[in-house]
Design a protein around this ligand. Structure first.
Ligand SMILES: Cc1ncc(COP(=O)(O)O)c(C=O)c1O
Length: 396
Protein backbone atom coordinates (compact mmCIF):
# COMPACT_ATOMS: atom_id res chain seq x y z
CA UNK A 1 0.00 0.00 0.00
CA UNK A 2 1.12 3.59 -0.64
CA UNK A 3 2.65 5.61 2.17
CA UNK A 4 1.30 8.92 0.86
CA UNK A 5 -2.12 9.86 -0.45
CA UNK A 6 -2.33 10.09 -4.26
CA UNK A 7 -4.43 13.17 -5.09
CA UNK A 8 -7.17 12.71 -7.64
CA UNK A 9 -5.56 15.37 -9.84
CA UNK A 10 -2.51 17.64 -10.00
CA UNK A 11 -1.43 20.18 -12.66
CA UNK A 12 1.92 19.77 -14.42
CA UNK A 13 3.69 23.16 -14.46
CA UNK A 14 7.20 23.33 -15.96
CA UNK A 15 10.09 25.75 -15.53
CA UNK A 16 9.26 27.42 -18.88
CA UNK A 17 5.84 28.42 -17.55
CA UNK A 18 7.39 29.82 -14.34
CA UNK A 19 10.00 31.80 -16.32
CA UNK A 20 7.33 33.17 -18.66
CA UNK A 21 5.15 34.34 -15.76
CA UNK A 22 8.20 36.02 -14.20
CA UNK A 23 8.91 37.70 -17.55
CA UNK A 24 5.35 39.07 -17.62
CA UNK A 25 5.73 40.41 -14.10
CA UNK A 26 8.98 42.14 -15.05
CA UNK A 27 7.50 43.54 -18.28
CA UNK A 28 4.62 45.30 -16.54
CA UNK A 29 2.01 43.61 -18.76
CA UNK A 30 0.09 41.97 -15.96
CA UNK A 31 -3.31 42.27 -17.60
CA UNK A 32 -4.36 41.60 -21.22
CA UNK A 33 -1.34 42.20 -23.43
CA UNK A 34 0.96 40.64 -26.03
CA UNK A 35 1.02 37.20 -24.43
CA UNK A 36 -2.76 36.90 -24.59
CA UNK A 37 -2.58 37.76 -28.30
CA UNK A 38 0.10 35.12 -28.84
CA UNK A 39 -1.79 32.51 -26.83
CA UNK A 40 -4.93 33.21 -28.86
CA UNK A 41 -3.15 32.79 -32.19
CA UNK A 42 -1.23 29.69 -31.03
CA UNK A 43 -4.48 28.15 -29.77
CA UNK A 44 -6.36 28.94 -32.99
CA UNK A 45 -3.54 27.35 -35.01
CA UNK A 46 -3.54 24.25 -32.79
CA UNK A 47 -7.29 23.74 -33.10
CA UNK A 48 -7.37 24.71 -36.79
CA UNK A 49 -9.97 27.46 -36.27
CA UNK A 50 -9.97 31.06 -37.50
CA UNK A 51 -10.67 32.89 -34.21
CA UNK A 52 -9.87 32.20 -30.57
CA UNK A 53 -10.89 34.65 -27.83
CA UNK A 54 -9.14 34.17 -24.49
CA UNK A 55 -11.24 34.73 -21.36
CA UNK A 56 -10.92 34.14 -17.64
CA UNK A 57 -12.78 30.79 -17.50
CA UNK A 58 -14.80 28.34 -19.54
CA UNK A 59 -17.82 29.56 -17.60
CA UNK A 60 -17.15 33.05 -18.98
CA UNK A 61 -16.68 31.62 -22.48
CA UNK A 62 -20.05 29.87 -22.28
CA UNK A 63 -21.85 32.96 -21.00
CA UNK A 64 -20.17 35.11 -23.63
CA UNK A 65 -21.36 32.78 -26.37
CA UNK A 66 -24.96 33.03 -25.16
CA UNK A 67 -24.69 36.82 -24.90
CA UNK A 68 -23.40 37.00 -28.48
CA UNK A 69 -26.46 35.02 -29.55
CA UNK A 70 -28.63 37.54 -27.63
CA UNK A 71 -30.10 34.70 -25.61
CA UNK A 72 -32.16 36.05 -22.72
CA UNK A 73 -35.53 35.97 -21.00
CA UNK A 74 -38.10 33.82 -22.80
CA UNK A 75 -35.44 31.65 -24.46
CA UNK A 76 -34.60 28.01 -23.75
CA UNK A 77 -31.22 26.32 -24.04
CA UNK A 78 -30.80 22.54 -24.04
CA UNK A 79 -28.09 21.18 -21.73
CA UNK A 80 -27.24 17.59 -20.67
CA UNK A 81 -27.99 16.86 -17.03
CA UNK A 82 -24.69 14.95 -16.58
CA UNK A 83 -22.39 17.98 -16.50
CA UNK A 84 -20.80 20.54 -14.22
CA UNK A 85 -23.20 23.23 -13.00
CA UNK A 86 -21.47 25.96 -15.03
CA UNK A 87 -22.97 24.62 -18.28
CA UNK A 88 -26.48 25.42 -17.04
CA UNK A 89 -25.74 28.26 -14.60
CA UNK A 90 -24.72 30.58 -17.45
CA UNK A 91 -28.12 30.06 -19.08
CA UNK A 92 -29.76 31.17 -15.82
CA UNK A 93 -27.39 34.16 -15.62
CA UNK A 94 -28.64 35.26 -19.05
CA UNK A 95 -32.23 35.16 -17.75
CA UNK A 96 -33.04 32.21 -20.04
CA UNK A 97 -34.25 28.73 -19.08
CA UNK A 98 -31.92 25.72 -19.15
CA UNK A 99 -33.73 22.61 -20.34
CA UNK A 100 -31.98 19.53 -18.99
CA UNK A 101 -31.95 16.35 -21.05
CA UNK A 102 -30.73 12.81 -20.42
CA UNK A 103 -27.52 11.27 -21.70
CA UNK A 104 -26.92 7.94 -23.44
CA UNK A 105 -24.95 4.95 -22.21
CA UNK A 106 -21.89 6.69 -23.73
CA UNK A 107 -22.30 9.47 -21.07
CA UNK A 108 -22.94 12.00 -23.85
CA UNK A 109 -26.04 14.10 -24.55
CA UNK A 110 -28.72 11.90 -26.12
CA UNK A 111 -29.78 13.23 -29.57
CA UNK A 112 -33.26 11.68 -29.19
CA UNK A 113 -33.70 13.50 -25.88
CA UNK A 114 -32.69 16.75 -27.58
CA UNK A 115 -35.39 16.26 -30.23
CA UNK A 116 -38.01 15.67 -27.53
CA UNK A 117 -36.97 18.78 -25.60
CA UNK A 118 -37.15 21.28 -28.47
CA UNK A 119 -39.96 23.85 -28.21
CA UNK A 120 -40.67 27.08 -30.11
CA UNK A 121 -38.62 28.84 -27.39
CA UNK A 122 -35.46 26.76 -27.93
CA UNK A 123 -32.54 28.83 -29.21
CA UNK A 124 -29.44 26.73 -28.66
CA UNK A 125 -28.01 23.34 -27.73
CA UNK A 126 -24.94 23.11 -25.49
CA UNK A 127 -23.53 19.58 -25.84
CA UNK A 128 -20.71 18.63 -23.46
CA UNK A 129 -17.82 16.48 -24.66
CA UNK A 130 -17.93 14.49 -21.46
CA UNK A 131 -14.61 13.28 -20.09
CA UNK A 132 -12.58 14.27 -23.16
CA UNK A 133 -14.46 12.12 -25.70
CA UNK A 134 -16.46 14.03 -28.34
CA UNK A 135 -20.22 13.54 -28.20
CA UNK A 136 -22.20 12.44 -31.28
CA UNK A 137 -21.58 15.80 -32.93
CA UNK A 138 -22.94 14.86 -36.32
CA UNK A 139 -26.32 14.01 -34.80
CA UNK A 140 -26.39 17.18 -32.67
CA UNK A 141 -25.35 19.43 -35.58
CA UNK A 142 -27.92 17.82 -37.87
CA UNK A 143 -30.75 18.44 -35.35
CA UNK A 144 -29.57 22.04 -34.91
CA UNK A 145 -29.43 22.63 -38.67
CA UNK A 146 -32.90 21.16 -39.20
CA UNK A 147 -34.47 23.07 -36.31
CA UNK A 148 -32.59 26.37 -36.82
CA UNK A 149 -30.69 26.25 -33.50
CA UNK A 150 -27.18 27.36 -32.55
CA UNK A 151 -24.69 24.83 -31.19
CA UNK A 152 -22.25 26.00 -28.52
CA UNK A 153 -19.97 23.12 -27.53
CA UNK A 154 -18.85 22.82 -23.93
CA UNK A 155 -15.35 21.45 -24.53
CA UNK A 156 -14.08 22.07 -21.00
CA UNK A 157 -12.73 18.48 -21.01
CA UNK A 158 -11.88 18.15 -24.67
CA UNK A 159 -8.90 20.29 -25.66
CA UNK A 160 -7.10 18.27 -28.36
CA UNK A 161 -9.92 15.75 -28.77
CA UNK A 162 -10.94 14.93 -32.35
CA UNK A 163 -14.18 14.12 -34.10
CA UNK A 164 -13.91 12.63 -37.60
CA UNK A 165 -10.25 13.63 -37.78
CA UNK A 166 -10.75 17.30 -36.86
CA UNK A 167 -9.95 18.85 -33.51
CA UNK A 168 -12.86 19.90 -31.33
CA UNK A 169 -13.38 23.66 -31.74
CA UNK A 170 -14.17 23.83 -35.45
CA UNK A 171 -17.51 22.02 -35.74
CA UNK A 172 -20.21 24.05 -33.97
CA UNK A 173 -20.84 27.80 -34.15
CA UNK A 174 -18.78 28.38 -30.99
CA UNK A 175 -16.76 26.13 -28.67
CA UNK A 176 -15.78 26.88 -25.07
CA UNK A 177 -12.61 25.44 -23.46
CA UNK A 178 -11.40 25.41 -19.86
CA UNK A 179 -7.89 25.89 -18.49
CA UNK A 180 -8.92 25.32 -14.89
CA UNK A 181 -6.24 23.70 -12.69
CA UNK A 182 -7.54 20.15 -13.18
CA UNK A 183 -7.99 20.35 -16.96
CA UNK A 184 -5.75 18.78 -19.63
CA UNK A 185 -3.77 22.04 -19.76
CA UNK A 186 -4.03 24.90 -17.31
CA UNK A 187 -3.60 28.63 -16.93
CA UNK A 188 -4.64 28.45 -13.26
CA UNK A 189 -8.06 29.79 -14.19
CA UNK A 190 -8.86 30.55 -17.81
CA UNK A 191 -10.86 29.71 -20.86
CA UNK A 192 -11.04 30.12 -24.64
CA UNK A 193 -13.90 30.56 -27.06
CA UNK A 194 -13.38 29.56 -30.70
CA UNK A 195 -15.39 30.33 -33.82
CA UNK A 196 -14.88 30.44 -37.57
CA UNK A 197 -17.28 33.37 -37.96
CA UNK A 198 -15.35 36.69 -38.22
CA UNK A 199 -18.30 38.97 -37.36
CA UNK A 200 -19.14 36.84 -34.34
CA UNK A 201 -15.50 36.90 -33.25
CA UNK A 202 -15.47 40.72 -33.38
CA UNK A 203 -18.62 40.91 -31.24
CA UNK A 204 -17.24 38.36 -28.77
CA UNK A 205 -14.08 40.44 -28.32
CA UNK A 206 -16.07 43.59 -27.67
CA UNK A 207 -18.45 41.80 -25.29
CA UNK A 208 -15.57 40.17 -23.40
CA UNK A 209 -14.19 43.52 -22.24
CA UNK A 210 -16.94 45.90 -21.08
CA UNK A 211 -18.39 46.24 -24.58
CA UNK A 212 -15.57 48.65 -25.43
CA UNK A 213 -14.51 49.08 -29.02
CA UNK A 214 -10.79 48.67 -28.18
CA UNK A 215 -9.01 46.55 -25.59
CA UNK A 216 -6.27 47.75 -23.26
CA UNK A 217 -3.57 46.33 -25.51
CA UNK A 218 -4.72 48.50 -28.38
CA UNK A 219 -5.12 51.55 -26.14
CA UNK A 220 -1.87 51.47 -24.20
CA UNK A 221 0.70 50.62 -26.89
CA UNK A 222 2.25 53.17 -29.18
CA UNK A 223 -0.13 52.10 -31.95
CA UNK A 224 -3.15 52.67 -29.69
CA UNK A 225 -5.30 55.70 -28.99
CA UNK A 226 -6.99 57.04 -25.85
CA UNK A 227 -10.36 57.02 -27.59
CA UNK A 228 -12.81 54.15 -27.17
CA UNK A 229 -16.53 53.66 -27.44
CA UNK A 230 -18.80 51.50 -25.31
CA UNK A 231 -20.96 49.73 -27.87
CA UNK A 232 -22.93 47.60 -25.42
CA UNK A 233 -22.90 46.64 -21.73
CA UNK A 234 -20.23 43.95 -21.96
CA UNK A 235 -18.51 41.76 -19.42
CA UNK A 236 -15.13 41.86 -17.67
CA UNK A 237 -14.08 38.42 -18.92
CA UNK A 238 -10.61 39.12 -20.35
CA UNK A 239 -7.65 36.83 -19.72
CA UNK A 240 -4.45 38.31 -18.24
CA UNK A 241 -0.92 37.97 -19.63
CA UNK A 242 0.02 36.12 -16.43
CA UNK A 243 -2.46 33.39 -17.37
CA UNK A 244 -1.48 33.43 -21.04
CA UNK A 245 2.19 33.06 -20.00
CA UNK A 246 1.24 29.68 -18.54
CA UNK A 247 -1.01 28.81 -21.47
CA UNK A 248 1.61 29.42 -24.17
CA UNK A 249 3.87 26.73 -22.69
CA UNK A 250 1.12 24.37 -21.57
CA UNK A 251 -0.18 24.36 -25.15
CA UNK A 252 3.27 23.35 -26.44
CA UNK A 253 3.19 20.37 -24.08
CA UNK A 254 -0.46 19.48 -24.67
CA UNK A 255 0.13 16.69 -27.19
CA UNK A 256 2.67 15.07 -24.85
CA UNK A 257 0.19 15.42 -21.97
CA UNK A 258 -2.53 13.78 -24.08
CA UNK A 259 -0.19 10.95 -25.13
CA UNK A 260 0.57 10.24 -21.48
CA UNK A 261 -3.14 10.33 -20.59
CA UNK A 262 -3.89 7.85 -23.38
CA UNK A 263 -1.01 5.67 -22.24
CA UNK A 264 -2.34 5.56 -18.65
CA UNK A 265 -5.87 4.86 -19.93
CA UNK A 266 -4.50 1.95 -21.99
CA UNK A 267 -2.70 0.58 -18.91
CA UNK A 268 -5.93 0.78 -16.87
CA UNK A 269 -7.92 -0.89 -19.66
CA UNK A 270 -5.45 -3.78 -19.86
CA UNK A 271 -5.19 -4.15 -16.10
CA UNK A 272 -8.94 -4.12 -15.39
CA UNK A 273 -10.22 -6.04 -18.44
CA UNK A 274 -10.76 -9.26 -16.46
CA UNK A 275 -12.41 -7.65 -13.43
CA UNK A 276 -16.03 -8.55 -12.98
CA UNK A 277 -18.44 -5.90 -11.82
CA UNK A 278 -16.70 -3.00 -13.54
CA UNK A 279 -17.53 -1.28 -16.82
CA UNK A 280 -14.52 0.44 -18.37
CA UNK A 281 -14.46 3.54 -20.60
CA UNK A 282 -13.72 2.96 -24.29
CA UNK A 283 -12.90 5.12 -27.27
CA UNK A 284 -15.68 5.21 -29.86
CA UNK A 285 -15.00 4.87 -33.60
CA UNK A 286 -14.23 8.19 -35.31
CA UNK A 287 -13.31 9.88 -32.01
CA UNK A 288 -9.93 10.74 -30.51
CA UNK A 289 -10.38 10.58 -26.74
CA UNK A 290 -8.11 12.77 -24.60
CA UNK A 291 -9.10 11.02 -21.33
CA UNK A 292 -9.68 14.07 -19.19
CA UNK A 293 -11.62 11.59 -17.05
CA UNK A 294 -11.42 7.85 -16.53
CA UNK A 295 -14.86 7.05 -15.12
CA UNK A 296 -15.21 3.44 -14.03
CA UNK A 297 -18.75 2.14 -13.58
CA UNK A 298 -19.13 -0.05 -10.51
CA UNK A 299 -22.06 -2.45 -10.92
CA UNK A 300 -23.68 -2.61 -7.52
CA UNK A 301 -23.98 -6.02 -5.88
CA UNK A 302 -25.04 -5.79 -2.26
CA UNK A 303 -24.11 -3.20 0.31
CA UNK A 304 -20.40 -4.17 0.37
CA UNK A 305 -19.82 -3.63 -3.35
CA UNK A 306 -21.15 -0.42 -4.70
CA UNK A 307 -19.75 2.89 -5.89
CA UNK A 308 -19.60 4.42 -2.41
CA UNK A 309 -17.86 1.43 -0.81
CA UNK A 310 -15.48 1.31 -3.79
CA UNK A 311 -14.52 4.98 -3.24
CA UNK A 312 -14.09 4.36 0.47
CA UNK A 313 -11.86 1.31 -0.11
CA UNK A 314 -9.69 3.26 -2.55
CA UNK A 315 -9.43 6.11 -0.06
CA UNK A 316 -8.22 3.62 2.56
CA UNK A 317 -5.62 2.47 0.00
CA UNK A 318 -4.57 6.15 -0.24
CA UNK A 319 -5.94 6.66 -3.76
CA UNK A 320 -7.99 9.82 -4.33
CA UNK A 321 -11.01 9.66 -6.65
CA UNK A 322 -13.89 11.89 -7.72
CA UNK A 323 -17.41 11.62 -9.17
CA UNK A 324 -18.29 13.37 -12.44
CA UNK A 325 -21.01 14.46 -11.99
CA UNK A 326 -23.96 14.64 -9.66
CA UNK A 327 -26.59 15.19 -12.40
CA UNK A 328 -27.97 18.72 -12.40
CA UNK A 329 -31.58 17.59 -11.97
CA UNK A 330 -30.52 16.23 -8.55
CA UNK A 331 -29.06 19.57 -7.44
CA UNK A 332 -31.44 21.55 -5.19
CA UNK A 333 -31.44 24.66 -7.37
CA UNK A 334 -32.35 22.86 -10.59
CA UNK A 335 -34.56 20.25 -8.94
CA UNK A 336 -36.69 22.90 -7.21
CA UNK A 337 -36.69 25.42 -10.03
CA UNK A 338 -37.58 23.05 -12.82
CA UNK A 339 -39.81 20.58 -10.93
CA UNK A 340 -38.52 17.73 -13.05
CA UNK A 341 -40.16 14.38 -13.06
CA UNK A 342 -37.53 12.35 -11.16
CA UNK A 343 -37.93 9.54 -13.73
CA UNK A 344 -37.00 11.76 -16.65
CA UNK A 345 -33.29 11.01 -16.57
CA UNK A 346 -32.98 7.24 -16.13
CA UNK A 347 -29.61 6.85 -17.83
CA UNK A 348 -27.93 9.76 -16.03
CA UNK A 349 -29.34 8.51 -12.72
CA UNK A 350 -28.04 5.01 -13.34
CA UNK A 351 -24.61 6.26 -14.45
CA UNK A 352 -24.43 8.60 -11.46
CA UNK A 353 -25.01 5.75 -9.02
CA UNK A 354 -22.15 3.78 -10.60
CA UNK A 355 -19.35 6.18 -11.54
CA UNK A 356 -16.01 6.85 -9.93
CA UNK A 357 -13.24 8.77 -11.70
CA UNK A 358 -9.75 7.35 -11.15
CA UNK A 359 -6.63 9.53 -10.99
CA UNK A 360 -5.26 9.99 -14.51
CA UNK A 361 -2.87 12.88 -15.21
CA UNK A 362 0.57 13.35 -16.79
CA UNK A 363 2.25 14.17 -13.49
CA UNK A 364 1.55 10.63 -12.22
CA UNK A 365 4.67 8.49 -12.09
CA UNK A 366 4.70 4.90 -13.36
CA UNK A 367 4.62 3.83 -9.70
CA UNK A 368 1.51 5.96 -9.09
CA UNK A 369 -0.22 4.26 -12.03
CA UNK A 370 0.73 0.83 -10.70
CA UNK A 371 -0.51 1.80 -7.24
CA UNK A 372 -3.91 2.72 -8.67
CA UNK A 373 -4.02 -0.55 -10.61
CA UNK A 374 -3.08 -2.57 -7.55
CA UNK A 375 -5.59 -0.77 -5.34
CA UNK A 376 -8.47 -1.26 -7.82
CA UNK A 377 -7.60 -4.93 -8.30
CA UNK A 378 -7.37 -5.48 -4.55
CA UNK A 379 -10.76 -3.86 -3.95
CA UNK A 380 -12.27 -5.92 -6.78
CA UNK A 381 -10.67 -9.14 -5.51
CA UNK A 382 -12.11 -8.59 -2.05
CA UNK A 383 -15.60 -8.56 -3.58
CA UNK A 384 -15.23 -11.36 -6.14
CA UNK A 385 -17.44 -13.58 -4.04
CA UNK A 386 -20.40 -11.28 -4.62
CA UNK A 387 -23.06 -12.64 -7.01
CA UNK A 388 -24.54 -11.22 -10.24
CA UNK A 389 -21.38 -9.76 -11.64
CA UNK A 390 -20.73 -9.09 -15.29
CA UNK A 391 -17.84 -7.42 -17.07
CA UNK A 392 -18.48 -5.12 -19.98
CA UNK A 393 -17.14 -1.97 -21.54
CA UNK A 394 -18.90 1.28 -22.19
CA UNK A 395 -18.12 4.32 -24.24
CA UNK A 396 -17.04 7.24 -22.10
C1 LIG B 1 -18.22 20.31 -18.33
C2 LIG B 1 -17.69 21.58 -17.74
N1 LIG B 1 -18.12 22.76 -18.25
C3 LIG B 1 -17.67 23.93 -17.76
C4 LIG B 1 -16.77 23.98 -16.72
C5 LIG B 1 -16.33 25.30 -16.19
O1 LIG B 1 -14.97 25.54 -16.43
P1 LIG B 1 -14.23 26.76 -15.72
O2 LIG B 1 -13.86 26.32 -14.35
O3 LIG B 1 -13.02 27.01 -16.59
O4 LIG B 1 -15.16 27.91 -15.73
C6 LIG B 1 -16.30 22.79 -16.17
C7 LIG B 1 -15.33 22.82 -15.06
O5 LIG B 1 -15.03 21.86 -14.41
C8 LIG B 1 -16.77 21.56 -16.68
O6 LIG B 1 -16.37 20.38 -16.17
Amino acid sequence: MRCTFLPYCLPFIGEEEIEEVADSLRSGWVTTGPKVKKFESDFAAYVGVKHAIAVNSCTAALELSLAALDIGPGDEVIVPTLTFCATANVVVHRGAAPVLVDVGEDFQIDPAAIERAITPKTRAIVPVHYGGQPCDLQAVLEIARRRGLAVVEDAAHAIGAQYDGQRIGVHGLMTAFSFYATKNMTTGEGGMLTTNDPALADRLRVLSLHGMSRDAWARYTEVGSWYYEVCEAGYKFNMTDLQAALGIHQLKRLDAFIARRRDIAAQYAAAFADLEGLILPVELPGRFHVYHLYPLRVLEAGSQWNRNSFIQSLREAKVGTSVHFIPLHRQPFYRDRCAYNPDSFPVADKIYSQIVSLPLYPKMSNEDVLDVIQAVRAVAASSMRKPNRSSRTTAA
